[in-house]
Design a binder for this molecule. Structure first.
Ligand SMILES: CC(C)(COP(=O)(O)OP(=O)(O)OC[C@H]1O[C@@H](n2cnc3c(N)ncnc32)[C@H](O)[C@@H]1OP(=O)(O)O)[C@@H](O)C(=O)NCCC(=O)NCCS
Length: 184
């Protein structure tokens, strides 16, 4: 398989990254996240444009949550439709996991997702990730998140620590970005 190239999203290429994001999530786009990460991010909070030779084919990224410095999370991961079904998505996910593994103090790779077996991503996560848990921390009579947390241990000699419904404040976030997931 052709080697993919990862270029950090910065203030110069941010529009390219945003166009890829917007194409996939027209109702759930988050330009601010790219701006903030480009300005104030670090090696553990960063987004990438993925290139096949000189063609941008998708985006991926990682972030951390203050409440668990041992986990890194997948951010804005997608492939442009014309490049799907060729193995690039799996390769990018593995490359992103390897990137997280390169940090000595990171033990877990996690994904917050709306799980649906009809989605290619859900299928892929079931193959690659170790555990899937339902996230219900913010559910009440007016709101059901429907999200799942997929986790993968990055080291052999550690215990599996589930996410265990620690509050991710997704409700507030998705209300702000007017969430609407695609069914891909
Ligand atoms: C998820 C995504 C990145 C996968 O990219 P891709 O390049 O098509 O994936 P690959 O060709 O590497 O396939 C990897 C696995 O995905 C699953 N998959 C891919 N296409 C699929 C389809 N049409 N239906 C069901 N599963 C599919 C399969 O499990 C496949 O593994 P296999 O090749 O061993 O069968 C891509 O579909 C995408 O961008 N989707 C929209 C954005 C998205 O949902 N992002 C995740 C947000 S949490």
């Amino acid at each position: 398989m052709e080697k993919l190239k990862y270029v950090k999203v910065d203030l110069n290429n941010i529009d390219l990254a945003f166009n890829i994001q917007k194409n996939e999530w027209p109702n759930d786009q988050d330009y601010e996240n790219f701006v903030e990460t480009a300005r104030f991010g670090d090696e553990k909070n960063v987004n990438f444009i993925v290139y096949l030779k000189d063609k941008p084919i998708g985006i991926t990224g990682v972030y951390t949550e203050d409440l668990d410095p041992k986990s890194m999370w997948l951010n804005w991961y997608c492939i442009l439709p014309e490049y799907r079904g060729k193995g690039y998505g799996k390769q990018i996910l593995f490359d992103t996991i390897s990137y997280c593994k390169s940090f000595d103090d990171i033990d877990y790779f996690r994904i917050d997702t709306s799980f649906n077996i009809k989605r290619a991503s859900s299928n892929l996560y079931l193959k690659v990730m170790d555990f899937v848990e339902k996230y219900t921390a913010e559910d009440d009579e007016n709101y059901v998140s429907g999200n799942y947390i997929c986790s993968k241990k990055l080291k052999e000699n550690i215990d599996y620590v589930p996410w265990n419904n620690r509050n991710l404040h997704l409700r507030e976030y998705y209300n702000n970005t007017k969430s609407q997931e695609s069914d891909n």
